[in-house]
Design a protein around this ligand. Sequence first.
Ligand code: LLP
Length: 418
Amino acid sequence: MRMEAPFNYRDNLLYAEDVALDSIARRAGTPCYVYSSNAILGRYRAYDRAFGDLPHKVCYAVKANSNLAVLALLARAGAGFDIVSGGELHKVLRAGGNPDDVVFSGVGKTAEEVEFALEKGIHSFNCESEAELSLIDALAARLGAKAKVALRVNPDVDAETHPYISTGLREHKFGIAMNDVEEIYSRARWLQHLELEGVSCHIGSQLLNPEPLLAALDRMLELIDRLRAKGIAIRHLDLGGGLGVPYRPSEQAPSISDYITRIRNRVSGRNLTLMVEPGRSLVAEAGILLSRVLYRKRSGEKEFVILDAAMNDLIRPSLYRAHHEILPVKRDESRGTVVADVVGPVCETGDFLARDRELANVLPGDLVAICTAGAYGFVLSSNYNARPRGAEVMVAGNGWRVVRQRESFDDLVRGEMA
Ligand code: LLP
């Protein structure tokens, strides 16, 4: 199934669903993130439907985009959530998420965070060390609760993705080595306030080839067989997130439904609930960063397009050399193209959104859409250079609303003391 693209030209004007982006820019200002609710829902449903009657939970990885409107949309659609902090749990609950559909991942959970999660009654903890198991057991004992836990296992497969977002090798800080899992689970059986109910893994992000994910699945299924043979009643397998999206027109991503169907075929009949934690594949393509061209300038041989959006708004190009397509909101082919560095106002050489890029010959005052920015965009933004963060907007059909106000100068000094 090919998903309809949420951002399309009509009469040379770029639309988000049925809303022209220039009308959003006029009223909400720039820079501004724009999300398509139907694109997010379509992707969530593609996951959910492909599982069919296999017992499953699709737990959206909140870190990818934690705007309350995104969380509320997914909560209403029936999604679960993968969180990595007490703050993310707070946001999920505020958005109407059901605590029993929440899994808590992360290598450094604090006692306060574990207690908060136990009090709210989340579904389970993905545990990354034996010390963490003991801490959860002790805190659960104090609250008279029983905590469901899954060990996060490092399946030692190479995700073949960017080194900063690859996590599944032995040398990475994440998870417990495959060889140690059985021993740790055998010892943890005596911890009275834990229910050893699952295993989990996450090998990396932005995988355009699903084979490493399926290789990890096979290793995890073998592990489950060994644990069950020892009498440890594993009920769920959490495969993490990681499915990639095309950032360039030349890239192809595996379809969500093909990927899940391949998982389902391997897992069905095993009396196992399958969980996944997709972040990027649900929201990346559903969002753009809308920005206005401030200046054009030439320096020696180089041409620069200077935008009002910068690395503090979208850090992925600076941090990972990530590629984001940049489209003009008004298309005018008679203007031709230009090869330029697309940069922002921040005082850093590393502040760029594209380098040596051929793009439409946009001029000061023109609007551009920086594409595929719905995941790891706004959440990684900052106030660097005392720049107020931009607005966030949610589109549904021909309607739209601001779902986070543009920050003000007062926001910049909140909590600070002179
Ligand atoms: N589950 C766990 C345990 C994770 O660590 C992550 C992502 C996910 C799920 C969601 O993965 P996804 O489906 O989004 O690939 N800032 C980077 C990505 C960091 C990903 C960290 N972990 C970027 O902008 O590419």
